[in-house]
Every structure is written in C-alpha cells, then in structure tokens.
Design a protein around this ligand. Structure first.
Ligand code: AMP
Length: 209
C-alpha cells in the first residue's frame, strides 16, 4: 500500500496559524492556499498532500479515511463526536472558550430556556449534565443576534476576546469547554500506514514544542 498521506485542513481563521506550524514541520504547499481556488494541494514532500475544506467537514473526511489526518478545532470535534478517529496532538492554535452568553441584566425565564447555537450536540450535552431543560435553536452564524431580537434567551458560541459579545450588549456567562485546534488521525490509517502516520505526527508534535 502507498504510504502517501493526506491531511485535511480547515479554511478560514485556523489556516493562518496552521500553515506556519506545518512549515516548521517541514511541510510547505507548492501553491498559495489562501489565494488558490484549488481544493487539493501537493507539498514539497511528495508523500504528503493537503485538502482544504470547511472546518466542520474535517472530522467527517478523517472519520471515513478520505483524509488520513486532519486539523480541526475542538469545537467541531466535540460536535462531531469523534467516531472513527483519534485526537493525537493539541496544536495550541486558535485558543478560545465555548461559552454561554446572554444579557447580564435580564433574568433568565423560569420556563424552558431557549438556547441558540451552531453547536446543538455540545449544548444538549452541557444542559443535560446540569439537568436543565432547554429548547435548542440551531443557527449557522451570527448567534449574537438571537437574544437581541428575542429569538433565544441565551446563546452558546466561541469567545476569544469577548468583543463580539460586548458589541451586541451580551455578557459571557458560563464556560462549557476550552477550545484549541487538534491534530486528528483516521483509526484505520494509524494501523495500515502506521510508520508513516507516526513519523508525521511526531514531526508536527515537535513543531508545536
Ligand atoms: P471575539 O469577538 O474575539 O470574542 O470572537 C468571537 C467571534 O469569533 C465569534 O463569532 C466566534 O464564533 C468567532 N471565533 C472566536 N474564536 C474562534 C475560533 N478559534 N475558531 C472559529 N471561530 C472563532
């Protein structure tokens, strides 16, 4: 079997920090990822290819072995559930917190709390553990708007500086989990391409340190 490896990378915010990390591990794409419209990229290492996809799709590509490895935020990994993959290295990039947020001065309703989020699984698990009944409202973006227009009582979202919440009059309430990007590996690839995968994981691990 070929020992060539494919790494799935997330488009957007994480990519700017991922590329210098990969460069420190000796992996450099032959094209400029941020300006190209391509989705598959060769690198200076003929045995390593990159695919560039939406961040929430990275765990799915790795789960099914379409990519051997991937780099994704802990937020999308926790939402995905982690089936078929191992989380190997905390890359310590794009750190932030998953939090609940709402209006500090507005008391929460005694009836079922309405929670708007892009992360229904994480949110469901968090409130289930606390024994609190909530109504989940799935959104795809701009969560901060939901409490402002009365769509939800609170939101669950990523908070880095807190500026986005503040700009919309919201306050961070409870921390659900600490988030950073992780290197993930397809379970079957770890068995079938063990040497190549382990060597690559070690290179990236060293680059983090
Ligand atoms: P901030 O205003 O710095 O607290 O950033 C919050 C906004 O950026 C929200 O819209 C978040 O969804 C988004 N955000 C913050 N950190 C991350 C991250 N590590 N990955 C993706 N989105 C993030």
């Amino acid at each position: 079997m070929s020992s060539a490896l494919t790494i799935a990378l997330a488009k957007g915010r994480i990519l700017d920090e991922t590329l210098p990390l990969l460069a420190r591990a000796g992996i450099e794409p032959l094209d400029d990822l941020s300006s190209s419209r391509k989705l598959v990229f060769s690198t200076n290492d003929p045995n390593i290819n990159l695919v560039l996809i939406r961040s929430s799709d990275v765990p799915t590509y790795v789960q099914y072995g379409a990519a051997d490895l991937g780099i994704a935020g802990k937020d999308v990994l926790a939402e995905h559930g982690g089936e078929g993959l191992y989380e190997r290295v905390d890359l310590k990039i794009a750190p932030c917190k998953m939090m609940t947020a709402g209006f500090a001065e507005r008391p929460l309703p005694r009836t079922r709390l309405k929670v708007a989020t892009k992360y229904p699984e994480i949110t469901r698990r968090f409130f289930l553990e606390q024994g609190r009944q909530v109504e989940l409202i799935k959104l795809y973006g701009s969560m901060e708007l939901a409490p402002v227009v009365g769509l939800a009582d609170i939101i669950v979202d990523l908070v880095q500086t807190g500026n986005t919440l503040k700009a919309n009059g919201l306050t961070p309430l409870e921390t659900i989990m600490d988030i950073s990007s992780r290197l993930i590996v397809n379970r079957a690839a770890l068995k079938m391409k063990n040497n190549a995968v382990r060597a690559l994981v070690e290179r990236i691990e060293t680059a983090v340190e």
